[in-house]
Design a protein around this ligand. Structure first.
Ligand code: NDP
Length: 312
C-alpha cells in the first residue's frame, strides 16, 4: 500500500465520510482512518427520521454504509483502525494507528466525534437503541404518549426533558443530587420545573433498566435512604450526563478547550496549520448527523483550498 496521501481524514462518521466524498471527488488522494468499530454514533442508532432525503427514515448503520459506498466510488482508501497519534508539520503529517501503521499526508481533517457518557449498567447497554437513548432529538418521536425518564441534572438533561414533553405524556427527571446541587443554569432549570409534564426525583439513581427486548420499567434507588423501588410505567430512558470528545490523541497537537473539544480558529481551521476539524469533536451544540455532514463538507472545501497551494 502506498501510504502517502494528500489528505487523511480521521473519523468514519457523517462528518469524516462527507469530507471524504468531497476531497476524493476533487481528485485528492484521500485516506479515512475510520475507527474500530467504524461509523461512530450512528452505528448505535436505529431509525433516523430526520436526515433529509429519506422520507421513510433510514437506520443509522445503513446511512453510514451509503456514505461509505459513495466515498469508495471516488477511490477513498479506508482503514478501520483507531488513531493513537498524530505528529509532523504542515505539508507532512504522520498519523499512527493502534496496529502501528503509519500514514502520511499533506493535510488532515479531524472528525473523531464525541461519545455520550453512559451509566455503565449492563441492562442499560443491552437495551441501547431499544428504549435507551442518549439523543432526544433522534429518538423522542418514538415515545408519543408514553412515560419516560431522563437521567442528569445539567443543561443537556433540562433541554432533553423539555423537548421530550412534545411527545411523552410524562417525563421523570432522575437527579442523583439535590435541587440545590443541580448543575443546570437557572433559566433552563426553571423552564423544566415550570413544565407540568415534567416531574423531578432527587437523590435518585438508576440501578437497573428492566425489560428483555425493550425497556419495561426502571429500578431506582434513593441514595439517602438506600430504598429501592420500581417505576414500572417507564418505557424509555434518556441518559443526558454529558459527552466526551474523542481527542485524547490530539492533546499536545492542536488546541482544545477546557472540556477537550477541538478549538476552531477560523472557519474549520484549528490552531495547527493544515489541520482542519469537522463534526461533534468540535461541535457540542448541534450534534446532529446532518450538521456533522455539513461540517465535513465545509472542512473538505477549506482543506482543498489550502492544498491547492501544496498539491501538483
Ligand atoms: P454537564 O457536565 O453540565 O452535566 C452533567 C450532569 O450529569 C450533571 O448534573 C451530573 O451530576 C450528571 N451525572 C454525571 N454522571 C452521572 C451519573 N453516573 N449518574 C447520574 N447523573 C450523572 O453536562 P451537559 O451535557 O448537561 O452539558 C455540557 C455543556 O454543554 C455544559 O457547559 C452545558 O451548559 C452545555 N449545554 C448547553 C445547552 C444550552 O445552552 N442550550 C444545552 C446542553 C448543554 P452531578 O452534578 O451530580 O455530577
Amino acid at each position: 500500500m502506498d501510504k502517502l496521501f494528500d489528505i487523511i481524514i480521521i473519523g468514519g462518521g457523517p462528518a469524516g465520510l462527507t469530507a471524504a466524498i468531497y476531497t476524493s471527488r476533487a481528485f485528492l488522494k484521500t485516506a479515512v482512518i475510520a475507527g474500530n468499530p467504524p461509523g461512530g454514533q450512528l452505528m448505535l442508532t436505529t431509525d433516523v427520521d430526520n436526515f433529509p432525503g429519506f422520507p421513510d427514515g433510514i437506520v443509522g448503520p445503513d446511512l453510514i454504509s451509503s456514505f461509505r459506498v459513495q466515498a469508495e466510488k471516488y477511490e477513498t482508501f479506508f482503514l478501520d483502525e483507531n488513531t493513537v497519534k498524530i505528529s509532523g508539520e504542515p505539508g507532512n503529517f504522520v498519523v499512527t494507528t493502534d496496529s502501528g501503521q503509519t500514514l502520511q499526508s499533506k493535510a488532515v481533517i479531524v472528525a473523531t466525534g464525541a461519545s455520550a457518557k453512559w451509566l455503565n449498567l449492563e441492562s442499560e447497554q443491552r437495551l441501547r437503541g431499544k428504549g435507551v437513548s442518549a439523543c432526544a432529538t433522534c429518538d423522542g418521536f418514538f415515545f408519543k404518549g408514553q412515560t419516560i425518564a431522563v437521567v442528569g441534572a445539567g443543561d443537556a438533561a433540562m433541554e432533553e426533558a423539555t423537548f421530550l414533553t412534545r411527545f411523552a405524556n410524562k417525563v421523570l427527571v432522575l437527579v442523583r443530587g439535590t435541587k440545590e446541587t443541580m448543575r443546570a443554569s437557572k433559566i433552563m432549570r426553571q423552564r423544566a420545573f415550570d413544565n407540568p409534564r415534567i416531574e423531578f426525583l432527587f437523590n435518585t439513581e438508576v440501578s437497573e433498566v428492566l425489560g428483555d427486548t425493550v425497556v419495561a420499567g426502571l429500578r431506582v434507588k434513593d441514595n439517602l435512604t438506600g430504598e429501592e423501588k420500581t417505576l414500572d410505567n417507564v418505557t424509555g430512558l434518556f441518559v443526558a450526563i454529558g459527552h466526551k470528545p474523542n481527542t485524547d490523541f490530539l492533546k499536545d497537537f492542536v488546541e482544545l478547550d477546557h472540556v477537550g473539544y477541538v478549538k476552531i480558529t477560523d472557519n474549520t481551521r484549528t490552531s495547527k496549520e493544515g489541520v482542519f476539524v469537522a463534526g461533534d469533536v468540535s461541535d457540542f451544540r448541534y450534534r446532529q448527523a446532518v450538521t456533522a455532514a455539513g461540517f465535513g463538507c465545509m472542512a473538505a472545501l477549506d482543506a482543498e483550498k489550502y492544498l491547492s497551494g501544496h498539491v501538483g
